[in-house]
Ligand binder design. Structure first.
Ligand SMILES: [Zn+2]
Length: 444
């Protein structure tokens, strides 16, 4: 299993309030520091706009001296540059997506949508001037979160460079027990000074090192539109057993989303805008919650294996508007496979389980036993191979294909020599796994 595997860094951001006993003098120093760094970000942002900078190293070197002089921030202007670069790249990304939608709306002649879109053009950074402070990330060149040596009332302090050369400011923090545990186990990457509702807090980015688990098996995962997650545990040189197969349905999630949609429609009809406004983000939050839950479950049941998730990229493109499948298209439009894959990878990384997102092309149309692509779907969930006459659960077939790409040899294809269902219990037990949709072909 010597393939390159993408291992995610585990990075977590925590928000720790500044201690209430911080002195007025220190607060005023913080105020002027954050005002000045915001000014630095603004200066960079103007340059990004004027010279159409991309955010590269040469861009920074070109105007470095100029901004440093104007902002009077010393080398801290580097952090301002990073923030400005991030603001502009995310703005450009949003704007690209917006332009794409405008083109589609024009082409389809959807006037209502177009009007809505034109009102919502993403705004450039600092369109309304410097109304709010923009926090920058201080890395270890400009500050640190340290254990306090002299202060008795607080266990941790933030040390930040100030506008005066060589002078550092010590800010007492007020971390909760939860923060203390995290600070103890992680290493600090960088932190922000953020003022919200008149109070300062620090956002600390922490990195965690999780010991890698040893890998004895491959877990292939196929994300489906109809059923949430189908997975197969593949062990080298071992036949598949029914306990290696699992399906996680997303009935609960679908149920809640449907109810929410119904409620939204009712409110829209009744023109009750206030309650509508209140549930505006609920759809997103409910979806995120259930995807996270499912990802946690995948990670918890994938001990000592490498997780491979198939990326079903092409399916969304293939089902374009006007292909006579409106219902499928509607389901697909809300299908959040990108988020599901991201969550699965994050949750696996937290436990030290390596994971990989693989390009799923052909995995649903290839027969896992003989490798032939001369296949068909008898129904949405039943797969048939014309070459070796295998009849199989379509989701499991996909999962096996996705997972077996990481095996040294596709062990599940041993049956090529013997077309009987050698050692593959699933081929026989498919009826037991499909209680809800009995099918005449599935008897084997
Ligand atoms: Zn076959």
């Amino acid at each position: 299993m010597a393939r390159r595997v993408v291992k995610l860094q585990v990075i977590k951001t925590v928000r720790i309030p500044v201690h209430y006993a911080v002195t007025r003098r220190k607060l005023s120093i913080l105020d002027s520091l954050t005002a000045r760094t915001t000014y630095g970000v603004w200066l960079w942002s103007e340059l990004f706009k004027e010279h159409k900078l991309k955010g590269s190293y040469t861009d920074r070197a070109r105007f470095y001296g100029q901004v440093k002089r104007e902002a009077k921030l010393g080398t801290m202007v580097q952090c301002c540059f990073d923030t400005a670069a991030w603001m502009w790249s995310s703005h450009r990304e949003l704007h690209r997506a917006w332009r794409r939608n405008v083109v589609i709306a024009r082409r389809e002649g959807d006037k209502k949508w177009l009007r809505k879109l034109l009102r919502r053009e993403p705004q450039e950074p600092f369109t309304n001037g410097m109304q709010r402070k923009v926090p920058i990330w201080f890395d270890n060149r400009f500050g640190a979160i340290e254990k306090s040596k002299h202060l008795k009332l607080c266990p941790y302090v933030a040390r930040v460079s100030t506008l005066r050369r060589g002078v550092k400011l010590t800010i007492p923090l007020n971390p909760a027990q939860y923060h203390l545990d995290l600070l103890k186990s992680g290493t600090m990457k960088s932190f922000q000074l953020v003022k919200r509702d008149g109070k300062y807090c620090v956002h600390v980015k922490l990195e965690f090192h999780v010991p890698d688990q040893s890998v004895h098996a491959v877990r292939g995962i196929d994300l489906g539109v109809k059923r949430s997650i189908a997975s197969v545990m593949l062990k080298p040189n071992q036949p598949l057993r029914s306990s290696d197969f699992a399906i996680q349905t997303d009935g609960l999630k679908r149920d809640r989303l449907n109810r929410l949609e119904k409620r939204t429609a009712e409110l829209q009809q009744a023109r009750k805008w206030e309650p509508l406004k209140r549930i505006r983000h609920k759809r997103l939050h409910v979806g995120e919650y259930y995807d996270r839950l499912a990802a946690k479950q995948v990670a918890a049941t994938s001990q000592n294996s490498i997780v491979v998730v198939g990326y079903p990229k092409e399916i969304k493109y293939k089902n374009f508007k006007g292909n006579d499948k409106p219902r499928l298209r509607k389901v697909l439009a809300h299908w959040t496979y990108g988020r599901q894959i991201r969550y699965i990878q994050e949750e696996c990384a937290k436990l030290g389980i390596p994971s990989k997102a693989s390009d799923e092309r052909w995995s649903s149309r290839t027969c896992h036993r003989c490798g032939s692509r001369h296949t068909e779907r008898i129904t949405q969930s039943v797969f048939h191979c014309w070459n070796c006459e295998l009849i199989y659960n379509a989701d499991y077939n996909g999962s096996i294909n996705i997972g077996s790409r990481l095996l040294p040899k596709a062990t599940t294809r041993q049956a090529r020599d013997d077309l009987a269902y050698t050692g593959d219990e699933q081929a026989r037990e498919i009826v037991a796994c499909e209680p809800r949709s009995p099918h005449p072909f599935m008897g084997g």
